[in-house]
Design a protein around this ligand. Structure first.
Ligand code: FRU
Length: 494
């Protein structure tokens, strides 16, 4: 793993990556860069990893390939924050530099133990570049300062020898750790020999010696195929299992992206390793939401963050050589309402509101340009749709571009249409809101190349990447029929 730098020094893979970042980060193009979302300084970012609260700060790691704006052998990038809005970039935490992770430090999670921060991640091994020879194993790296990590000598701590008989050694990844009583548990994504996805549960007293408990859930090739990036947590009496399911078949408005992140609600029997559950639900109804991971913080909040992107689509920052690609969503508090999850933006974002502007307008078969220009804002609105067939917003509007967000009464849907948003993949997504008293409540966040919509206090969310040109920073409301809008807008400045 030793490399020689331009100056002739011997460098390891981690130092080599840090050197590369240092020497090249000023070359990236800033056009589409976000300000209040986590994005890489340079290079490619995918899944959030190791999302945790350690010694009074939030830590977030991520799948990171600094050398290009395309996926490559992942390192773990690292940022930390005191409030989940302002993030500091830290040195890369781990690089693929050991025999048990030489082709990538794939996704995983973090947990505090004995005042140290433990990372568990998947070592990806692809020795011959033939798919059948791929192996994935689980490893541990430890830190006592939250910055410098050491891989332990016992790695891999869960090898392919600990798989149940019906599991393939090629797809065994993305461990998510938690503690219950004095026992550590981990859920890991796995592929059955019939190619379906399944979630394996292991337990340990010390994070090093693990024992297989059971296979707790299966896609059975009905709920998508392979299951990646599981997460398992408790809210009240319920256990929630999150999975990122590959190639889910679309069902009407649901599961229309290449892969889908979903949740299952039920009850986990820790002894038997059985998870009884009913139904499965899509987490986000937009385009760009995958591989979410959660933590619980000192205030007892269950907070979720996801990769704000999707595999297999057009990436304008990559196509145009901007030198970076990938972002995280706004962190969202997860709560259980009835038998469904709701998702609410972390309240800390309110500390960054500025230039507040309030307006109430009733319009009939008309549109109205709002008097602000911004690419970094929050809009909170209540639309009375009693007499409207269609009512909503033209966001990020320019001469030719607009991102449509509106309520359609005939279909009873909220529609997010990015067909004319600018560069990028386009497309339309819809979801059925729960309209009470004829009122639709929306919170909309725009951050240069992203839009996140929270519908009716988080009953649904719609997340999308958009790539409008610099002049498309206008906002308009419109109605077919009559609609009354109450709007508050703030700029978000970090
Ligand atoms: C999900 C995923 C994970 C894997 C990682 C590799 O997006 O495919 O299953 O660990 O990306 O970067």
């Amino acid at each position: 793993n030793k490399r020689i730098s331009d100056k002739g020094e011997v460098m390891n893979k981690l130092e080599k990556a840090m050197n590369y970042i240092q020497n090249n980060k000023q070359k990236i193009n800033n056009k589409y860069r976000m300000s209040f979302h986590v994005i890489p300084t340079i290079g490619w970012m995918n899944d959030p990893n190791g999302f945790s609260y350690y010694k009074g700060e939030y830590h977030l790691f991520y799948q990171y390939h600094p050398y290009s704006s395309e996926w490559g052998p992942p390192h773990w990038g690292h940022v930390k924050s005191k409030d989940l809005v302002k993030w500091d970039h830290l040195p890369i935490a781990i690089a693929p530099d050991m025999p048990y992770d030489s082709d990538g430090c794939f996704s995983g999670s973090a947990i505090e133990h004995d005042e140290k921060l433990y990372l568990m991640y998947t070592g990806h091994l692809d020795p011959t570049k033939k798919p059948e020879d791929i192996r994935q194993v689980q490893n541990i790296a430890v830190s006592s300062d939250g910055i410098n990590f050491e891989k332990i000598k016992e790695n891999p701590v869960i090898g392919t020898n600990m798989l149940p008989k019906d599991a393939k050694p090629q797809d065994f990844r993305d461990p998510k750790l938690w503690k219950k009583g004095d026992m550590f548990y981990v859920v890991i994504g796995s592929r059955n020999i019939d190619n379906s996805g399944q979630i394996l549960l292991y337990k340990s007293k010390d994070l090093i010696n693990w024992e297989f408990v059971n296979t707790i859930a299966r896609s059975s090739n009905k709920i998508g195929e392979m299951w990646e990036c599981p997460d398992m947590f408790e809210i009240g009496e319920k256990n929630i299992l999150i999975v990122s399911s590959q190639f889910m078949k679309s069902e009407g408005d649901r599961f229309n992206n290449l892969h889908s992140s979903i949740y299952l609600i039920g009850k986990l029997n820790y002894e038997k390793g059985e998870f009884e559950h009913e139904g499965y639900y899509e987490i986000d109804h937009g385009f760009d939401f995958y591989a979410p991971q959660t933590l619980i913080d000192c205030k007892g909040r269950r907070i979720m963050i996801a990769w704000m992107n999707m595999w297999g689509q057009r990436w304008p920052t990559h196509e145009n050589n901007h030198g970076w690609n990938g972002a995280m969503t706004l962190p969202r508090v997860v709560e259980l309402k009835g038998n469904k999850l709701i998702f609410i933006p972390i309240e800390e974002i309110k500390n960054y509101r500025t230039n507040g502007y309030y307006v109430e307008e009733t319009i009939t078969n008309d549109f109205l340009l709002l008097p602000f220009r911004s690419f970094s804002l929050e809009i909170e609105t209540i639309i009375d749709v009693s007499n409207a067939t269609r009512a909503g917003f033209r966001l990020c509007k320019g001469k030719k571009e607009e991102t449509l967000l509106y309520f359609d009464r005939n279909e009873n849907k909220v529609v997010l249409d990015r067909s004319d948003s600018g560069e990028g993949p386009g497309g339309v997504r819809k979801t059925t809101p729960n309209i009470k008293d004829n009122k639709l409540k929306l919170r909309i966040f725009i951050d240069r190349s992203s839009v996140e919509v929270f519908i009716n206090d988080g009953e649904q969310t719609m997340t999308a990447l958009i790539y409008p040109s610099d002049e498309s920073n206008h906002y308009e409301i419109f109605a077919d029929g009559t609609a009354k809008f109450s709007i508050i807008k703030w700029d978000i400045r970090v």
